[in-house]
Ligand binder design. Structure first.
Ligand SMILES: [Fe+2]
Ligand SMILES: [Fe+2]
Length: 363
C-alpha cells in the first residue's frame, strides 16, 4: 500500500471539506461525510485485498467517492450527479499525484458510477470500478445505522402493533436485499455478512415484541407424524400475527416414506373467525399422486398434532364444487356444519370465492 499517496489524498479530502462554505454551515453533514468516506475506503481496501486489486487505488477511490459533498446539492438532480462531480473534482488531483492515466480513469470511473451507474466519460466497467459503489452500499448496513434508522423512524414512539409491522417489513426488505448482485465475490461476502447481522438483529427484535403482548406457543416435535405410507416433514413454524388474525401454524411437506415430496399441508392452532372460513388445516396433493387418499391420511396425522395442543375440535373447509376435497373431508370423518358465506374482507373473497363447506372434526 502506498501510504504517501493515501496520506496526500486524506489531506486533499479534509482540505476540500474544510474550505467548503456549504459544509461550514452544515457541520454535522461534514463530520458524517468524512467518517463515511473513511469507512468506504476501508471496505474498499478489504475487497481489494481479497480480490487482488491495487489496494492504494481502492482506498483513494473510497476516500474521494463523495468529495462533491463540498458543494451544495439543491435538487435531486444535483444529488444524482454527485458521483460524476466527485470524479471531476478528483481527476486533476490524481493527475497531479502522478498516478498513471489508466489508473486515474479506473478510479474516476468507479467514483462516477457509484450513485446511478452512469459516467460522463467512456471507460470499462470493471469489478474494481464496481467496488466503489459496493463499498458505499455495504457501509449503509453498519451497526450504528440500525440505531440511526430506528431513531429516524421514531420507532420508540410507535405503538406495539406499528413496531411489529415495521420490523416485519424491514425483515422482508432485508431478505430481498441480501440476494443483490455485487461486483465481486469479496463484496458479496461482506454484504451478506452485514445483511445477516441486520436480519438477526431484527429477528431478535421481532421475538422481543412477540413476547411483549402474548405468550407465544410452544411448537412440538413433529418427527412422529408418520404412518405406513407417508410422513410430514416440517418446513417451518410461525407464531401468531394478531394484526392479520393469523394463528400460530405448522407448515409441512407431505412425503412418501422414501422422502419424495407429494404435497403440502399446514395446521393452524386455535380458532377465530378466519379459521372458521379458511379452516385449521390446508393441504394440496401434487397431481401425479392424487386418488390415493393421501390428503385424508395427512389430515389424520395433523389430528394427532392438534390433540397435543389440546384442541377439542378442528375445522376444515372446502370449495363446495371441489368434489375431491369434499370427499376428503367425509373420509377423514368430518361432520358437515353448513355452507358459509365468505366475508368480503377475507382474502378468499378477493380470490373470487364466495362460499365454503364447513366441516367439524371432534378430536
Ligand atoms: Fe455517494
Ligand atoms: Fe457514499
Amino acid at each position: 500500500m502506498n501510504t504517501e499517496l493515501i496520506a496526500k489524498t486524506e489531506v486533499f479530502l479534509k482540505e476540500t471539506f474544510a474550505a467548503s462554505t456549504y459544509l461550514e454551515a452544515n457541520s454535522a453533514q461534514r463530520d458524517y461525510r468524512l467518517e463515511h468516506s473513511y469507512r468506504v475506503a476501508n471496505i474498499a481496501k478489504t475487497i481489494a485485498e481479497a480480490e487482488g486489486f491495487d489496494v492504494s487505488y481502492a482506498v483513494i477511490a473510497g476516500l474521494l467517492h463523495d468529495i462533491a459533498y463540498c458543494e451544495e446539492m439543491a435538487t435531486r438532480e444535483d444529488w444524482k450527479n454527485h458521483g460524476r462531480r466527485s470524479a471531476a473534482i478528483a481527476r486533476p488531483f490524481l493527475e497531479e499525484l502522478g498516478i498513471p492515466s489508466q489508473a486515474v480513469n479506473e478510479i474516476c470511473y468507479g467514483i462516477a458510477i457509484h450513485v446511478d451507474d452512469e459516467a460522463d466519460f467512456e471507460w470499462e466497467r470493471t469489478p474494481f470500478a464496481e467496488t466503489v459503489g459496493d463499498a458505499d452500499n455495504i457501509d449503509r448496513f453498519d451497526v450504528y445505522r440500525i440505531y440511526e434508522t430506528l431513531e429516524y423512524n421514531k420507532f420508540s414512539e410507535m405503538s406495539l402493533e406499528n413496531k411489529k409491522e415495521t420490523v416485519a417489513s424491514t425483515i422482508e426488505k432485508l431478505t430481498r436485499f441480501r440476494d443483490m448482485e455485487l461486483g465481486t465475490q469479496a463484496a458479496k461476502n461482506l454484504w451478506q455478512q452485514r445483511l445477516d447481522y441486520y436480519i438477526d438483529y431484527y429477528e431478535r427484535l421481532r421475538a422481543q415484541l412477540d413476547h411483549s403482548s402474548s405468550v407465544p406457543i410452544l411448537f412440538y416435535d413433529t418427527d412422529d407424524l408418520r404412518d405406513q405410507e407417508i410422513y410430514l416433514r416440517l418446513n417451518r413454524t410461525c407464531q401468531a400475527d394478531p394484526r392479520r388474525k393469523w394463528l400460530p401454524a405448522y407448515y409441512f411437506d407431505i412425503c412418501l416414506l422414501g422422502g419424495e415430496k407429494i404435497g403440502y399441508c399446514d395446521l393452524r392452532i386455535g380458532h377465530n373467525e378466519k379459521t372458521y372460513i379458511g379452516g385449521n388445516i390446508g393441504y394440496g396433493i401434487d397431481e401425479a399422486y392424487r386418488g390415493n387418499h393421501y390428503a385424508a391420511k395427512a389430515c389424520r396425522l395433523l389430528f394427532k398434532l392438534a390433540k397435543k395442543h389440546r384442541m377439542e375440535y378442528l375445522i376444515i373447509t372446502c370449495d363446495p364444487d371441489n368434489l375431491p376435497s369434499v370427499g376428503t373431508c367425509k373420509l377423514a370423518g368430518g361432520v358437515f356444519l353448513e355452507v358459509a358465506d365468505i366475508p368480503e374482507d377475507n382474502e378468499m373473497y378477493a380470490e373470487g370465492k364466495r362460499t365454503v363447506n364447513v366441516y367439524r372434526f371432534d378430536m
